[in-house]
Design a protein around this ligand. Structure first.
Ligand code: CUA
Length: 335
């Protein structure tokens, strides 16, 4: 590969990589779902346009100068040397200063708009707890604890209280709101309102260890009726096992090591809080910190060997092969 070809390949790769970041459904610039993201999106567009104009003028000037004033074949003498140009220096000082002041003012406005609490009181309070490497969502007023999928009513003012049990994480749902750090020993708060129903992908945005990249979650915004149904279901205790296989699984789970880390059975049930609450596991569509779709194959693989699916995660136990069918059958009743 000659140098020119390498340069072309390099540019193509850079272009591809930078564009691939823009197409996803979590893109807040073209697919915003809240007032906050609208504001952030407008700021981004303004910046992009101003930076684009500056880029074209500056790069255009460079290209023009290089071509127009290049050394010609019959040039024998040095070109005329020029020192300082008053008007030009004033122009290239004043224009950037004006641009920076404009951006500063617009940015301050955006910051205060996105940080301001909504006019009305909170419709829903959710306590978000960051764990390595999954998210716990507690609804203190409703007595619900779930994981990795935060269900909210669309068009409701949601107040989030952010806590961490271990290291610093950052809560980020691009289509709904900006990032807020989740810091151990400190309580941060934020607000969000989804303008429409839908699934909005979230991601931990602060490097927090080996599985930071798989510390994902979803905000599921639904209409009021669907939300009320969800609440009613989540408040129910876990259903009792019916078949022999389910019963066998229930014994393994409830009397085994699982409850050392996981709570199963409802709000009053005993169980650990190190891992996600499993009472209504199968009402969720993902598991393992949003890393995998929740289905029989993935969950079987997980129970066999969690470390191969999410290396370094804190669930170091595995279910022996002979017990997998029973445990899976029981977990599937937890809807
Ligand atoms: Cu939690 Cu990154």
């Amino acid at each position: 590969m000659n140098r020119f070809t390498s340069l072309k390949v390099f540019s193509a790769v850079i272009l591809l990589v930078s564009l691939s970041g823009c197409g996803g459904s979590a893109n807040f610039v073209s697919n915003s779902a809240s007032m906050i993201s609208d504001q952030e999106s407008s700021l981004f567009r303004l910046l992009l346009i101003l930076a684009g104009v500056v880029f074209i003028i500056v790069e255009g000037g460079i290209i023009y100068a290089v071509v127009r004033y290049r050394r010609r074949r019959n040039d024998t003498t040095e070109p005329r040397q020029v020192y300082a140009n008053g008007p030009m220096e004033i122009i290239w000082t004043v224009i950037p200063v004006v641009l920076v002041v404009i951006l500063f003012v617009v940015m301050l406005n955006t910051m205060s708009a996105v940080a301001a609490p909504p006019a009305g009181p909170a419709d829903i309070n959710v306590t978000v707890v960051g764990h390595r490497w999954w998210w716990e969502f507690d609804y203190p007023d409703l007595g619900i604890t779930t994981a990795n999928e935060m269900v909210i009513p669309a068009n409701a003012n949601v107040k989030l209280t952010l806590k961490s049990v271990d290291v610093i994480h950052s809560f980020w749902v691009p289509q709904l709101a900006g990032k807020t750090d989740v810091v151990p020993g400190q309580i941060n708060t934020m607000w969000l309102t989804a303008k429409r129903a839908g699934d909005f992908n979230g991601q931990c945005a602060e490097f927090c260890g080996i599985e930071h990249a798989l510390m994902r979650f979803k905000v599921v915004a639904v209409d009021k009726t669907a939300f009320d149904q969800w609440v009613t279901n989540q408040k129910k205790p876990a259903p009792a096992a019916q078949t022999d296989l389910e019963m066998q699984g229930q014994n393994l789970v409830i009397k085994g090591a699982c409850v050392g880390c996981h709570t199963i059975g409802g709000a009053s049930a005993q169980g650990g809080k190190v891992g996600p609450n499993l009472t209504h596991l199968y009402s969720r569509s993902t598991f393992a910190g949003g890393a995998y779709p929740l289905n029989d194959t993935n969950l079987t693989n997980w129970l066999k060997d969690t470390q191969s699916l999410k290396p370094g995660n804190l669930m170091t136990m595995h279910v022996p092969d002979k017990d997998i069918q029973a445990v899976l059958a029981y977990l599937k009743t937890l809807k």
